[in-house]
Design a protein around this ligand. Structure first.
Ligand code: RTP
Ligand code: MG
Length: 138
C-alpha cells in the first residue's frame, strides 16, 4: 500500500554535511521524494512535532537541539514508506539498537544526535506532514 511519511534530517545531519548521503540512501531504497525543504525550526514547531514527548526528562534538550540549526524536511512516498524509512534509519539508540548499514548505525553515536526522524505510524505521518508542509495535498 502506498504511504507517505515525514522525514527530517536533524541539525546534526545538516551540520555534518550528511544531507546528500541520507537522500542517496532514501532514493536507493526506492522511496520517492514528494517535498523537500531546508527549514529553520521555531520552538513552537519543535514542541508540536515532539508533543508526545512533552513530559519526558529529555524534552528540553531535545527541543534545544532540534532548534539549534536548520533541518531538511521531506515527504517521502512509496509502498510501506513509514516502515521502510524507519528500517533504513535504524533504531533510536544508534549504538545499542541501530545496526551497521543503517543511517544511524553507520553515522551516529548518541541517542539525541541520531541524525534523522521518520514518522512512526500513519496517524503521525498525517499529523507531521500537515505540520511541516501545510500546503502539501493530503
Ligand atoms: P524520532 O521521533 O526522532 O524519529 O526518533 P524515534 O522515533 O526513533 O525515537 P523517539 O522515542 O520518538 O524519540 C525522539 C527523539 O528524542 C531523542 N531522544 N533522546 N536522551 C534520551 O534518552 C532520548 N530518547 C530519545 C532522540 O533524538 C530521538 O530520536
Ligand atoms: Mg519518534
Amino acid at each position: 500500500m502506498t504511504e507517505q511519511t515525514l522525514v527530517l534530517i536533524k541539525p546534526d545531519g545538516v551540520a555534518r554535511g550528511l544531507v546528500g548521503e541520507v537522500l542517496t540512501r532514501i532514493e536507493r531504497k526506492g522511496l520517492k521524494i514528494k517535498a523537500l525543504e531546508l527549514k529553520n525550526v521555531s520552538e513552537t514547531l519543535a514542541g508540536e512535532h515532539y508533543a508526545e514527548h512533552a513530559e519526558r526528562p529529555f524534552f528540553g534538550s531535545l527541543i534545544e537541539f532540534i532548534t539549534s540549526g536548520p533541518v531538511v524536511a521531506a515527504v517521502l512516498e512509496g509502498p510501506r514508506a513509514i516502515a521502510a524509512f524507519r528500517q533504513i534509519a535504524g533504531g533510536t539508540d544508534p549504538v545499542e539498537k541501530a545496526v551497521p548499514g543503517s543511517i544511524r548505525g553507520d553515522f551516529a553515536l548518541e541517542t539525541q544526535y541520531n541524525l534523522v526522524h521518520g514518522s512512526d505510524s500513519p496517524e503521525s505521518a498525517k499529523r507531521e506532514i500537515a505540520l511541516w508542509f501545510p500546503e502539501h495535498p493530503a
